[in-house]
Write a protein that binds this ligand. Structure first.
Ligand code: PBG
Length: 330
């Protein structure tokens, strides 16, 4: 620590005195390049459905996807993340709809790639929870999640997404060993340039509720996800998770949820020189959105929180606010 002087010679307020000076000494700046926009998908035609507990967020049918993707491209947001709402009659024990080459995610990837080419990246979740009748991310047998059997399906799900044109494969399932197996299978099938963003540090959290409504898994979910998602009391375990995923071939890693886990973002950034992303999850979005709507906090809170992610060391943030704040960042 270098302090060159003391009060009254030294007055830290001097640098803060005017707007131009504050801009001059600013250490972290949020830009649209730091944002990833999640998009929810729904089957059918001409649909734009609202979602319980996620104000001002919608599910789009593929033929209306342009409405939101146009905005993202216009705003120069680098990437969208796709999440399907799967109809109940397509869900089963094994989540087999995840491997259907005509499923919603496949259609959406093809649509976006065809229309927008490489002007925006596409990232897809790899996990079974939108497709299983029990709402878990993996296969369930007598109340237990089967790790290795699940990984076998995730490998296929990833390959399918890559074949459709997905740029960034994002396993969010938290099974052990899946990054290495997915990388091996992608390479074997000549998808050497498809990136892997591992949700390496994903905590079992109460902040995912609105998302589970959005993908239709909330009412189905039996029990909790604590045998695969991390215990929120742990810090060192996050380092082990990231170290393993890097060894297995992850190109980027994610910390999730966001705001309560900024210390983890910082820890990962300091321990590994790899791009670290953070996910400001659905519960965080809805809390802030409702707080603003009720006049409890003001609108600037959105950028304040997102700048906090940057300050903590995140390279980018997945946020439902992406399109809504892009104009303010220009
Ligand atoms: C599931 C998945 C979840 C989220 C992204 N992928 C929820 C969960 O693990 O139950 C949460 C995102 C959010 O809350 O915004 N694989």
């Amino acid at each position: 620590m270098i302090i060159t002087g003391k009060y009254p010679n030294l007055r830290l307020r001097r640098n803060r005195n005017s707007d131009w000076s504050r801009r001059l000494v600013r250490e972290n700046t949020l830009s649209v390049n730091d944002l990833i926009l999640p998009i929810f998908l729904v089957d059918g035609k001409n649909k734009k459905q609202s979602i319980k507990a996620m104000p001002d967020i919608y599910r789009y049918s593929v033929n209306r996807l342009s409405e939101i993707v146009d905005k993202a491209v216009f705003n120069k947001i680098p990437m969208v993340a796709l999440f399907p709402y799967t109809a109940k009659n397509l869900k089963n024990d094994s989540g087999s709809e995840s491997l259907n080459e005509d499923n919603l995610v496949c259609k959406a990837i093809q649509f976006i790639k065809k229309k927008y080419k490489n002007s925006i990246g596409i990232m897809c979740d790899v996990a079974l929870d939108p497709y299983t009748s029990h709402g878990h991310d993996g296969l369930l047998n007598k109340g237990k999640i089967l790790n290795d059997e699940t990984v076998k399906i995730l490998i296929k799900q990833s390959l399918l997404q890559a074949q459709m044109g997905c740029d960034v494969i994002s396993p969010s399932d938290m099974m052990d060993g899946r990054i290495g197996e997915i990388r091996k299978n992608l390479d074997k099938n000549n998808f050497k340039d498809v990136q892997i963003l591992s949700y390496a540090v994903k905590y079992a959290s109460s902040f995912y509720g609105p998302f589970r409504n959005a993908v239709g898994s909330k009412s189905l979910l039996k029990g909790d996800k604590k045998t695969y998602q991390m215990d929120y009391s742990n810090n060192l375990e996050a380092i082990r998770e990231v170290a393993l995923d890097i060894k297995e071939g992850a190109d980027m890693v994610m910390v999730k949820p966001g705001m309560p886990y900024l210390d983890i973002v910082r820890t990962i950034k300091e321990n590994f020189k790899i791009p670290v992303l953070a996910y400001q999850v659905s519960g965080e979005y809805s809390l802030i959105y409702n707080g603003i709507k009720k006049g409890i906090i003001d609108k600037n809170s959105i950028i304040e929180v997102l700048t906090g992610f940057k300050r903590a060391g995140a390279n980018a943030v997945v946020t439902y606010f992406a399109n809504k704040i892009a104009k303010d960042l220009k």
